[in-house]
Design a protein. Sequence first.
Length: 137
Amino acid sequence: MTDSEERQARYERGMALMNEVSGGQAQPFIDSLSDVSPQLVRQVAAWGFGEIYSRPQLVPRDRQLFTIGMLTALGGCEPELRLHIGVALNVGVTPVEIVEALLQSAGYCGFPRAINATKIAREVFAERDLLPVEGAL
């Protein structure tokens, strides 16, 4: 396989995985960047998903919990956080687990970031008719 063919295969694998974990909703992300930076979209698909996310050492639900924690820690990533909370739900993370991960983040990231992330989670849960979160204490 040539280098060009390998890159194309990674891109296709990444796009398929993006569509799978997003419940077929990868296209809005692609559309939001394609007219300004198609190369960024290609790299997210090929490298981010085709190379990293597709690795078998972690299952998608664990990857999403880590991603939610990291986006919370970074702060200012609310659109990405919204997307990944939705993806987390798609791959089997429960609302209670998401709430617990955000509570855990308060001790390491600070209350403001944990509160902001929890507000985003609440919006996603409301859109999916998952409120109130049963089992959250």
